[in-house]
Design a protein around this ligand. Structure first.
Ligand SMILES: CC(=O)N[C@H]1[C@@H](OP(=O)(O)OP(=O)(O)OC[C@H]2O[C@@H](n3ccc(=O)[nH]c3=O)[C@H](O)[C@@H]2O)O[C@H](CO)[C@@H](O)[C@@H]1O
Ligand SMILES: C=C(OP(=O)(O)O)C(=O)O
Length: 428
């Protein structure tokens, strides 16, 4: 097991390149199950979620090659192998195997997913959708059993706007008979990316990216080639990093339109942001204004950037309030930031940040992926050495993070944990 070590307090400068989007990758890869000939996806990030999904496709008989971010999946020999345990627990997005396997085989057994612990993360809306399409769904000892004689198109209103449920229903519905209409659908860019891949495979989908998606089912889907969109959450993390410790950082391979909510909030704080076609430049400021942020579904401020943004707010003079309306308990990073001398308290679904604070290096633990990103930014800002444990969370979502940050002039490296440290981590 490894930890990250960061020598903080040095300004960063230069260009940093964004990888392919994790939250697209983890849906595009299961979507390949639906085709009857090979599908190639270009530009995948080098993250553990991608490698775990590769392993899962291989377990069900897929022939998968992955080289330099290009994955080719030959799904022709796949079977509906039950996956109740094991790798499915390592990531959230294993739930997409339900929709894809149900669409292709009309049956699936998939263990309840893992992923970041952000408070309760039910999948009732996914199940509501599968049932509306004609599947029988049961939960037996922590695994979801899905079975259908045939899938029939249906009108499905999502009670909660859910990225996962929207994509999962789309995956099953492309192979259902007749028309499916998803109402109150999520509008995240990753949903459009998945719909683009499915359309190139021969699916008939209209309205992805709006809150009503119409899908006319087809009998067969063919192979194709697809290039993934850039990761807006990784790009946003780098924007926040640039605002916190940058002396001019250019973020390359980004779709600025995907990050308008963050851009607006950075400007409100006084951070200079310039946007180009596929680049964003974050300039330097010495005066940070305190502001409030509230996370919302897209195009609102993303919950996945709330934790890193909290670190930036420790630089502002005065009080800022961060409210998470998507995951009301997504504040496990706050105790760790307090260890580093931040003045933050949590009240209900809000964190109140009183700045400015002089962060000090400390030994901290990432409880989830974006908590990890927040602690890395805090470590780069803090005086002295910070050690971040829980690296397996960060590795789920950030491709080549150490190399990318060292390219900006950071001093950050991976180091093996001692036996004693691993024991302490287990008991903490
Ligand atoms: C792999 C992936 O894409 N992960 C993203 C996805 O997660 P995920 O798809 O799991 O998140 P959802 O959009 O489904 O969740 C949004 C909200 O709806 C609730 N809900 C969701 C489904 C359901 O059946 N019932 C229900 O009540 C959730 O508890 C949460 O409060 O969107 C989240 C919200 O933008 C992001 O933080 C995650 O990075
Ligand atoms: C919450 C996240 O991921 P997941 O849904 O995969 O746990 C995230 O990417 O911040």
């Amino acid at each position: 097991m490894e930890k990250l070590k960061i020598a903080g307090g040095y300004p960063l400068k230069g260009t940093i390149k964004v990888s392919g989007a994790k939250n697209s990758a983890v849906a595009l890869i299961p979507a390949t199950i639906l085709a009857d000939s090979p599908v190639t996806i270009e530009g995948l990030p080098d993250i553990s979620d991608v490698h775990t999904l590769q392993g899962l496709l291989e377990e069900i008989g897929g022939n998968v090659t992955l080289l330099d971010g290009e994955m080719t999946v030959d799904p022709s020999k796949m079977i509906s192998m039950p996956l109740p345990n094991g790798k499915v627990k390592k990531l959230r997005a294993s739930y997409y195997l339900m929709g894809a396997m149900l669409g292709r085989f009309k049956k699936a057994v998939i263990g309840l997913p893992g992923g970041c612990h952000l408070g309760p993360r039910p999948i009732d809306q996914h199940i509501k959708g599968f049932e509306a399409l004609g599947a029988t769904v049961t939960n037996e000892q922590g695994a979801i059993y899905l079975r259908a004689e045939e899938l029939r198109g249906s009108r499905i209103y999502l009670d909660v706007v859910s990225v996962g449920a929207t994509i999962n229903i789309m995956l099953a519905a492309v192979r259902a008979k007749g028309r499916t209409i998803i109402e109150n659908a999520a509008k995240e860019p990753e949903i459009i990316d998945v719909a683009t891949l499915l359309t190139n495979m021969g699916a008939k989908i209209k309205g992805a990216g709006t809150d009503v998606i119409r899908i006319d089912g087809v009998d067969h889907l063919n192979g194709c080639r697809h290039t993934i969109i850039p990761d807006r959450i990784e790009a946003g993390t780098f924007m926040i990093l640039g605002a916190t410790v940058g002396e001019g950082i250019l973020i390359d391979n980004v779709i600025p339109h995907h990050l308008e909510s963050l851009t607006a909030k950075l400007r409100e704080m006084g951070v200079p942001v310039e946007t180009g076609d596929d680049q964003i430049f974050i300039g330097k400021t010495d005066e940070y204004k305190p502001i409030d942020i509230k996370t919302l579904v897209y195009p609102g401020f993303p919950t996945d950037l709330q934790q890193p943004f909290t670190v930036l707010l420790t630089k502002a003079e005065g009080s800022s309030i961060v409210t998470d309306t998507i995951y009301s308990a997504r504040f496990k990073h706050i105790d760790e930031l307090r260890r580093m001398n931040a003045n933050i308290k949590v009240e209900g679904s809000s964190a109140i940040v009183n700045g400015p604070s002089n962060l000090q290096g400390a030994k901290v633990k990432a409880s989830d992926l974006r908590a990890g990103a927040a602690l890395v930014i805090a470590g780069l800002l803090a005086e002295g050495i910070t050690e971040v444990a829980g690296l397996e969370h960060i590795d789920r979502g950030y491709s080549d993070l150490v190399e990318k940050l060292n390219g900006l002039g950071a001093t950050i490296w991976r180091e093996k944990m001692t036996e004693e440290e691993m024991e302490q981590l287990k008991s903490s």
